[in-house]
Design a protein around this ligand. Structure first.
Ligand code: NAD
Length: 295
């Protein structure tokens, strides 16, 4: 069994990004600029955004954090999005989800200029992805593709079971793994809360992508010998022995799954850091596109 070290891989990719940023600064007097909009004080969202801003600094990007109280109106937030769309200094931006209930997330996503939508959530980017056209891929699935690629994990003809059908992870992941490319060409089954006999379906899986949001939901006895396990879940569980009073666990029970799997991602240190790095890759791509430097 090999652990897929998302933390180490993301550091390596960030080193490569930094080199490209140095070249852009030297040759074009420009560095990528990512802006993040954070609404309210959800602790997980705050931690994610902090992480994204810190990663920008690490690779030499410019970053802007726009923080707003949860009382902000939908129209005020739309104004911020429009300003960012029009700001030529900003190459890409994200509006951290979830948003307060009185704000329509779809409306906000639709208002983002697809050319700056580095989260890859806008239907224009989603549609392009579905048709195999060049686009910003959603950050978490892009990070997972990079992991599969880097560990040279064969996907062609493999049975892949994606658990969870969210727009940001499960659904795009299932599309990307079934496309005619590497990583891809897999036979994909997408499962969800209404799936019957998930256990039997999982037993057929050469590759499992778990994006459910239920701690330790999938245990080793549900998996096929030698399968590849990609655990997207980030769940807080109470832990009195930790200073913070909690620890993070995935959707897969790591200790039992690692006895069965050929490759497995840990939580933390697996998909999480790769998601942030994928966001940086998309922002770099946006800057290069602006400078007509895309391959
Ligand atoms: P979501 O809540 O939008 O969707 C959860 C999915 O799980 C749904 O499609 C639902 O049908 C499915 N599901 C629920 N119960 C199920 C069951 N009993 N059997 C099968 N499927 C079931 O989730 P999301 O936004 O995709 O996030 C999933 C998890 O991944 C969460 O823990 C989230 O924190 C984490 N996440 C991590 C990253 C990262 O960077 N590592 C990024 C995004 C999300």
């Amino acid at each position: 069994m090999e652990i897929i070290d998302g933390k180490a891989l993301s550091e390596k990719i960030k080193d490569d990004i930094k080199l490209e940023v140095d070249t852009l600064r030297d040759d074009y007097k420009q560095v990528p600029h990512l802006a993040a909009v954070l609404v309210g004080d959800n602790p997980a969202s705050k931690a994610y955004v902090r992480n994204k801003v810190r990663s920008c600094e690490k690779v030499g990007f410019e970053s802007t954090l726009i923080q707003k109280d949860s009382t902000i109106t939908e129209e005020e937030l739309l104004d911020i999005v429009r300003d960012l769309n029009e700001n030529d200094d900003v190459d890409g931006f994200i509006v951290q989800l979830p948003l307060p209930k009185h704000i329509d997330e779809h409306k906000i996503t639709l208002a983002i200029d697809p050319e700056k939508d580095v989260d890859g959530f806008h239907p224009v980017n989603f549609g392009k992805m579905t048709q195999g056209l060049d686009s910003f891929l959603p950050a978490t699935p892009l990070g997972i593709l990079k992991m599969l690629e880097s560990y040279k994990i064969e996907t062609e003809g493999k049975n892949c079971v994606v658990v969870g059908r969210s727009n940001i992870v499960g659904t795009p992941m299932s599309i990307l793994l079934s496309r005619k490319a590497y990583p891809g060409n897999a036979t994909v089954t997408i499962t969800h809360s209404r799936t019957r006999d998930l256990r039997a379906i999982l037993k057929t899986a050469d590759i499992v992508i778990a994006a459910i949001g239920i701690p330790n939901f999938i245990s080793g006895d549900m998996l096929k010998e030698g399968c590849v396990v990609i655990d997207v879940g980030i769940n807080r569980v109470d832990d009195e022995t930790r200073l913070k009073g909690y620890r993070l666990v995935g959707d897969v029970e790591f200790d039992s799954a690692k006895e069965v799997a050929s490759y497995i991602t840990p939580v933390p240190g697996g998909v999480g850091p790769m998601t942030v790095t994928a966001l940086l890759l998309n922002t770099l791509k946006s800057t290069k596109k602006k400078l007509n430097l895309t391959e």
